[in-house]
Design a protein around this ligand. Structure first.
Ligand code: FE2
Length: 268
């Protein structure tokens, strides 16, 4: 068990160049302000849509420990081999095998072991493997490996659930309560006002929001989104232009991995 708990920042989807620039500009101040020990960010739309190696490296260089993904992580075929070689970039663990990359990682930082898990929902999304049973399997696998290697099990379990349905997000929240330290939702890019601590001690929010331009439509160009919605034609998408914000949560955890507080923020 570590000597002390941890302060964790989890950031909403980084959208386009404006999101990347906002992350680079604002993350150092957020780390200072919250005394953050560990940072995650969802990066699947940093290169609308999908990610490139160059943008993943920018996110890591900005101070993010682990990048999580989602349904758009597969958009750029050249990124697949990078996911195989860079373990700090995750894709949802419940994509059926064989799939490039990995869906969870255990990182030791300052005598503390952080397990980051990325899962994806199935309601109004592709019907991939079950996120609930995948969560169980990952916990079992990591605990069994720790026991085999004579190490402590992960102290802090951070879960990014990339999903459309709030109902499904809340269901996984209660399912993982007491076993995950934090469960955050991503994908909708709109921050929800339901940050809370569940009865078993897990911090929860249905959606972190995004790292991008708030004066747009989910971080994208308003005119294009309005045309796509009103005409039902898939005009090529572009990121919104302007100054980006960073949205997410800070969660303070005890040394046993239980949440003491969760605070959402939106800074620009
Ligand atoms: Fe997504």
């Amino acid at each position: 068990m570590p000597d002390k708990g941890a302060s964790v920042l989890m950031l909403g989807d980084v959208v386009g160049e404006a999101g990347l620039a906002a992350l680079e500009r604002l993350l150092p101040g957020l780390v200072d302000r919250y005394g953050a020990d560990f940072v995650t960010a969802n990066g699947e739309n940093s290169s609308i849509f999908g990610m490139t190696e160059q943008d993943a490296l920018r996110i890591l260089a900005a101070g993010v420990d682990v990048i999580t993904g989602g349904n758009h992580i597969w958009e750029k075929r050249t990124f697949w081999s990078f996911m195989d070689s860079e373990s700090r970039v995750l894709r949802p663990a419940n994509y059926p095998a064989p799939a490039a990359g990995r869906g969870f990682i255990l990182i030791e930082k300052g005598r503390r072991r952080f397990l980051v898990i990325n899962l994806q929902g199935r309601e109004y999304m592709p019907p991939i493997d079950c996120p609930f049973r995948t969560f169980d399997a990952i916990l079992l696998e990591t605990r069994t490996a720790a026991e085999r290697d004579g190490k402590a099990p992960p102290h802090f379990v951070l879960l990014d659930f990339h999903a459309e349905s709030t109902r499904e997000k809340e269901a996984l929240g209660f399912y993982a309560d007491g076993r995950a330290s934090v469960l955050v939702g991503t994908h909708t890019h709109v921050q929800t006002a339901d940050a809370k601590i569940l009865p078993g001690g897990s911090a929860y929010i249905s959606d972190l929001g995004m790292t991008g331009v708030l004066d747009g439509i989910i971080g994208m160009n308003k005119d294009i989104c309005m045309k796509r919605a009103s005409r039902q034609i898939a005009y090529p998408m572009r990121g919104a232009e302007g100054t980006g914000s960073v949205q997410g949560v800070c969660v303070r955890l005890t040394k046993t991995g239980k949440a003491v507080s969760i605070e959402s923020f939106s800074v620009c």
